[in-house]
Design a protein around this ligand. Structure first.
Ligand SMILES: Cc1cc2nc3c(=O)[nH]c(=O)nc-3n(C[C@H](O)[C@H](O)[C@H](O)COP(=O)(O)OP(=O)(O)OC[C@H]3O[C@@H](n4cnc5c(N)ncnc54)[C@H](O)[C@@H]3O)c2cc1C
Length: 480
């Protein structure tokens, strides 16, 4: 066993991703002794930053844009600003370029967004307005296990009717013009679902709603700063973190009353397989992960020369073109194909945060969806898509970093086959994450809990999986 300060703890958490750290904080808030054990030499899991291209160019290793972190009901209650976290709100949260030097833009202002959608002004306003005005209640409903009685049934119902549709169905019936349709398709494509499938529209609605309600901010200094602030606060609460310790055998852990695992089902089977009842084991074996991603980072000699001016002022740019093109790209990735014209999610943090690149230079983060486990080199296709909407982009590239699914999984064992959300996002996996229960965090071995994004509410940097897992453990072991 490594050197730790105690022979036994109230709680040990395996994995220092946002959910592991959130779980540890919630436990430490109850004055429990907590140890977090992390395999990598740096904390943060999916919320880390590093110089991946050239010295002085700071890139986000995984997550980059954080509506779910700033809107997280748990993180919002923590004094993270006092522990070094500063949010930066880009002038425009999201732009979506189209051919012909134009772009749809999602502004913080619902009114302005609607207005600039021209023919679809009224439609956008009618779709989003009821959601944005109740976003706090709605966020609380989504960011918890799906199997619950809604506390705000009317507002939830208003969301549920359009949300339970396919993104293509909703976009085509609701919007008459391409900018509105393409903008919504890009939002919904974060689901990793074919856009013809339900509930892809729900992802579009939630992400659109957050852009207006809380923005799509970036942390000053990169997503590592979210993890660092969480870790500093945990230490302030007397929690301990040890890095560089990959748990290969559950017996390695120091004694603890509860063990919370920021891991996905595949890893849980490896660590605990022989201890699990066969029915539960089978369900974990059948857990699906969905498509993976191909990730790229660029060091640029200047800002991306977007043809559409709105893209230059946006933190995030969805690069693909029309609704049909986005739908095709997502359909291909889900069908096991490497699409010719990928939907590229791109963040340009150095345009708003000077700490990310040397003066006058820029650091860019981008990824596209690919079949799970892919080792195919999508770099030329990603670059061609950016060049299509920003002629001259390629000439600015000083250095690039490209990572396929296997590379990503090597860096973070939770990214199974390059899947970034801890599991698939289809209706079944949203309900049964990883199994169908109202408290899916509790494992069928006393004292063991899952706290990763393979539990509700799923992927993203919000810490709510960790929060609910910790609440379950506290109720079971410390409040009887
Ligand atoms: C390329 C990419 C882009 C993304 N973009 C965004 C974004 O812009 N916004 C957003 O909100 N989310 C984004 N995400 C998703 C987000 O990063 C994850 O949903 C989130 O990090 C999940 O948190 P977690 O704590 O469940 O798991 P993770 O963050 O994956 O943390 C798990 C931790 O457990 C550790 N671990 C694994 N096995 C062991 C072991 N055996 N022993 C000890 N430690 C172990 C890992 O090293 C890791 O640190 C992105 C992810 C990726 C990969």
């Amino acid at each position: 066993m490594r050197t730790v300060s105690k022979t036994s703890y109230d709680a040990v958490v395996v994995g220092a991703g946002p959910n592991g750290l959130a779980a540890a904080i919630r436990l430490a808030q109850e004055n429990l002794s907590v140890l977090v054990v992390e395999a990598n030499d740096t904390i943060g899991g999916g919320a880390r930053s590093a110089e991946l291209t050239l010295p002085g160019f700071l890139h986000d290793v995984c997550s980059s844009v954080h509506p779910l972190a700033i809107g997280s009901p748990f993180f919002r209650r923590l004094p993270l600003e006092q522990f070094g976290l500063n949010w930066i709100q880009p002038e425009i949260p999201l732009a979506h370029p189209l051919d012909g030097n134009r772009a749809a833009a999602l502004y913080r202002s619902l009114e302005r967004t609607s207005k600039e959608l021209g023919a679809d002004e009224g439609a956008y306003e009618r779709l989003m307005s009821p959601l944005v005005s109740h976003w706090e209640n709605l966020a609380a409903e989504f960011l918890q296990p799906m199997l619950h009685l809604p506390r705000h049934p009317v507002q939830f119902g208003r969301f549920g009717l359009p949300g339970l549709r396919s993104a293509t169905g909703l976009a085509r019936s609701w919007f008459s013009d391409e900018p509105g349709r393409a903008l919504f398709a890009g939002l919904a494509a974060h689901s990793f679902l074919p856009l013809e499938r339900i509930p892809s529209a729900a992802f579009g609605l939630v992400l659109g709603m957050t852009a207006h309600a809380v923005g799509w901010p970036i942390p000053q200094g990169g997503s590592q700063q979210i993890s660092n602030a969480l870790a500093s606060y945990l230490k302030f609460l007397s929690g301990e973190i040890i890095t560089g310790w990959r748990i290969a055998n559950i017996e390695e852990l120091p004694k603890a009353r509860v063990v919370l695992l920021d891991l996905t089902p595949r890893q849980l089977l490896r660590l605990l397989g022989d201890k699990l009842p066969s029915g539960y084991r089978r369900r974990l074996e059948n857990f699906g992960y969905g498509p993976g991603v191909f990730k790229m980072d660029f060091a640029l000699d200047g800002p991306i020369p977007w043809a559409a001016e709105e893209c230059r002022r946006a933190g995030t740019v969805h690069v693909c073109g029309t609704l049909d093109e986005v739908a095709r790209s997502e359909q291909d990735a889900c069908n096991g194909e490497h699409t010719e014209k990928p939907f590229v999610l791109l963040s340009q943090p150095s345009a708003f945060d000077p700490t990310r690149a040397p003066q006058g230079k820029h650091s860019i983060w981008a990824y596209c969806h690919v079949p799970n486990g892919s080792t195919f080199d999508m770099a030329p296709r990603v670059e061609a898509q950016i060049e299509r909407f920003a002629p001259g982009f390629r000439d600015l590239i000083l250095a690039r970093n490209a990572e396929n699914c296997a590379d990503l999984e090597r860096k973070n064992a939770n990214l199974i086959g390059g899947s970034i959300n801890g599991g698939a996002n289809d209706l079944w996996h949203l309900l049964a994450r990883p199994i169908l229960r109202s408290a899916p965090y509790r494992m069928p071995i006393p004292g063991y809990y899952i706290c990763s994004s393979s539990t509700p509410p799923g992927g993203g940097v919000h810490g709510m999986c960790g929060f609910y897992a910790a609440e379950t453990a506290i109720k079971d072991a410390f409040k009887r």
